[in-house]
Ligand binder design. Structure first.
Ligand SMILES: Cc1cc2nc3c(=O)[nH]c(=O)nc-3n(C[C@H](O)[C@H](O)[C@H](O)COP(=O)(O)O)c2cc1C
Length: 263
C-alpha cells in the first residue's frame, strides 16, 4: 500500500499529526506543500492520499486552498484530510476542502477528521499553559488511534457539519482571504534580532528575505505566525500585544524539521 500525505504547518501541530499518521500507516511519503512549485502538477499515484493542515479563520490556509484547487485525484485511491484547530471551525474547513476537490473530481474526500491542538494565533491570544497543552496532546493521541484505524481500513466517513460554523465561515473567512497576504506588513523586528535567519528558513511561503541581516516581509504571507513563534530571540512582534506573550511551537517538532519545509 502506498500512502502520500501532503501537509502545511506553521508551528508544527499539523506536522506532528501528519508524522504520526504516516508512521502508523507505513510506506508513506510526507510532502510539505511549501515544497511544491506553482507550476508543479499534483497528481499523486497512491492507494491513499491525505492532507493535514491547520484551520485558519474557520477555513483553509491559502496555500492549502490553492493546492486543493489543482489537486488531480484521478490516480489516487482513498483520500482523507485531518485538520488541526485550537477552538472551533474544523467542520467548514473540511467541507471547504471537499468542495474544492469536487470541482476537479466528483469523488471529493472519502473521510475528514479534526484534532484539537494548542491554538497558536498569537496575534489574538496568549499561549496555553504547558499543562493544558499536555492534556490536549494526550487527548489527541487517543483520537489519533481511532483516526488511523479508520484510515487504515480506507473507510468512508461522512464529513462533520456545523451550521453555526458554516455561518461564521462565510463572514470570517473572506476577511482572512482579503487580508492574509499583506498581514506581515504589521510585523516588526526589534534590536534583539541576532540575524540568525530562522524566520526566513522556516517561512512556508518563502515570504521573508534577510536584508542587512534583518527580516523583510514580502506580500505573500500565510499568517502561519511561525516567524513570530519560532524566533529564538523573540524579536518579531505584530502590534503592541505580542511582546508580552510567550511563544508556542509544537514540542515534538524540531526546528530543523520546519526548516525542511522550505524549498
Ligand atoms: C491565522 C490563524 C487563524 C486561526 N484560526 C483558527 C480558527 O478559526 N479556529 C481554530 O480553532 N483555530 C484557529 N487557529 C489555530 C490553529 O488552527 C491551530 O493552532 C493549529 O493547530 C496550528 O497548526 P500548525 O502548528 O500546524 O501551524 C488559527 C491560527 C492562525 C495562525
Amino acid at each position: 500500500m502506498k500512502n502520500v500525505i501532503y501537509y502545511f504547518t506553521g508551528t508544527g501541530n499539523s506536522l506532528a499529526i501528519a508524522k504520526k499518521i504516516a508512521a502508523a500507516l507505513g510506506e508513506c511519503e510526507l510532502v510539505p506543500l511549501s515544497s511544491l512549485t506553482a507550476a508543479q502538477k499534483i497528481a499523486p499515484v497512491a492507494d491513499r492520499v491525505g492532507i493535514v493542515c491547520p484551520v485558519y479563520f474557520l477555513g483553509l490556509p491559502l496555500m492549502v486552498a490553492e493546492f486543493a484547487g489543482r489537486f488531480d485525484r484521478s490516480q489516487a485511491g482513498y483520500t482523507f484530510a485531518v485538520v488541526t484547530y485550537g477552538g472551533s471551525g474544523s467542520e467548514p474547513t473540511l467541507r471547504q476542502l471537499d468542495a474544492a476537490m469536487k470541482k476537479q473530481d466528483s469523488r471529493g474526500l472519502d473521510a475528514g477528521f479534526s484534532v484539537k491542538m494548542p491554538g497558536n494565533y498569537i496575534l489574538m491570544y496568549d499561549p496555553l499553559s504547558k499543562e493544558t497543552c499536555d492534556n490536549l496532546f494526550a487527548a489527541a493521541k487517543q483520537q489519533l488511534a481511532e483516526i488511523v484505524s479508520v484510515i487504515g481500513k480506507s473507510e468512508h466517513k461522512p464529513l462533520p457539519r456545523s451550521l453555526a460554523g458554516s455561518l461564521i465561515h462565510t463572514i470570517a473567512y473572506p476577511w482572512f482571504v482579503s487580508h492574509a497576504r499583506t498581514k506581515s506588513r504589521e510585523f516588526t523586528v526589534s534590536d534583539a534580532c541576532t540575524s540568525c535567519g530562522t524566520c526566513a528558513a522556516i517561512c512556508p511561503a518563502d515570504n521573508i528575505e534577510l536584508v542587512e541581516g534583518r527580516p523583510v516581509w514580502k506580500d505573500r504571507c500565510e499568517v502561519c505566525v511561525g516567524c513570530i513563534q519560532l524566533c529564538p530571540a523573540q524579536a518579531i512582534q505584530a502590534g503592541p500585544k505580542t511582546a508580552q506573550r510567550s511563544r508556542y511551537h509544537n514540542p515534538e517538532i524540531a526546528l530543523a524539521e520546519l526548516k525542511k519545509t522550505r524549498q
